[in-house]
Design a protein around this ligand. Structure first.
Ligand code: FES
Length: 329
């Protein structure tokens, strides 16, 4: 059984079998739909379903029940159950095309016992153009990839940097990264992803990061430093202990360079002396805001945090069209 899928804006159409995802069918037909993870974890492939119906083998992590009821679907997981009229839910931003190249390791330096900063140099002939918030793939020798967000708005001389958390047993984060030394080559693909600042919203911003999810959030905020048109910014950063807050001083130094900047570190396992917030970022945001209807949200961290945050925030009045997220495991 096959269904016809039409894209509202462009008029393009393709056939989708009942047992394949809309994204797979689009890719097979040469129709480009935004996507990243392809496993239902990031939400980048969100589409608005104007006509038709979909279902899922397993309801995807990055879609909330509210989004589903409002007629949104995730193209990488949704299977057609009728002829469809759909529209990518992104806001039509342009992104520079991605490319593959060989970068050179400049340095690997520890930020905490578990987190390293990796700095790479791109070849001279490469003109890098990315939106802060986007990410890069490291291509391993067997073709597998690992994704890391650029951690700075822009570094001089074609350099890029990343915050890499060591994952027990991780081929790149534990083994390869430990062996890397200045001058080594790394095959990379970039820029990728659609997570970025949405200037067109101009709403007070609440940014929530957990762990190294801080990296793309840091890049976005660095791009807004000393910008008089920047909306008010509140940053919540969730970590386990005081020792994990590897960029606390630098973030605090942004006060005065971002409009109405408030920084709230939230620790899940603080020491007894910790005077700050305890628990989880999504709960801290709810504690601080009775009504979330006026804000734009930028969420980056574990899929569980993002899924829960979206549900909780929507229940507090947040609009899905102003919740941007980038999840990673
Ligand atoms: Fe579909 Fe990530 S590409 S959720």
């Amino acid at each position: 059984m096959a269904y016809t899928v039409r894209i509202a804006e462009t008029g393009e159409s393709f056939e989708a079998a009942a047992d394949e995802s809309i994204l797979d069918a689009a890719t097979r037909a040469g129709v480009r739909l935004p996507h990243e993870c392809t496993f239902g974890g990031c939400g980048t492939c969100r589409i608005k379903v104007h006509e038709g119906a979909v279902d899922y083998e397993e309801f995807p992590m990055a879609l909330t029940e509210e989004e589903h009821e409002d007629g949104y679907a995730l193209a990488c997981q949704a299977h057609c159950r009728a002829d469809m009229l759909i529209e990518p839910a992104g806001k039509g931003l342009e992104f520079a095309p991605s490319f593959a190249t060989t970068a050179t390791v400049v340095k690997v330096e520890p930020l905490t016992p578990d987190i390293n900063r990796l700095v790479l140099q791109l070849p001279e002939e490469v003109e890098l153009d990315y939106r802060p918030g986007q990410y890069m793939n490291v291509v391993l020798p067997d073709g597998e990839t690992r994704s890391f967000s650029m951690a700075s708005a822009l570094l001089p001389d074609g350099q890029i940097d990343f915050h890499v958390r060591r994952i027990a047993g991780g081929r790149f984060t534990e083994t390869l990264l430990r062996e890397l030394k200045p001058g080594d080559a790394l095959h990379v693909e970039l820029p990728l992803g659609t997570f970025c600042f949405h200037e067109e919203d101009w709403r007070p911003m609440i940014l929530a990061a957990t762990g190294t999810g801080l990296a793309p959030i840091k890049a976005i905020l660095e791009s807004l430093l000393d910008n008089d048109d920047c909306p008010p910014v509140t940053l919540y950063w969730g970590m386990r202990t005081e020792a994990d807050l590897y960029m606390k001083d630098e973030i605090e130094s942004w006060a005065g360079r971002l409009c109405e900047f408030r920084f709230v570190p939230v620790l899940s396992r603080p020491g007894e002396d910790w005077q700050g917030r305890r628990g989880y970022v999504q709960d801290a945001i709810l504690e601080d805001h009775e009504d979330l209807s006026e804000y734009a949200f930028y969420l980056c961290g574990a899929p569980e945090m993002i899924t829960q945050a979206k549900q909780l925030f929507v229940a507090r009045g947040a609009e899905l069209d102003y919740i941007y997220s980038d999840s990673f495991t």
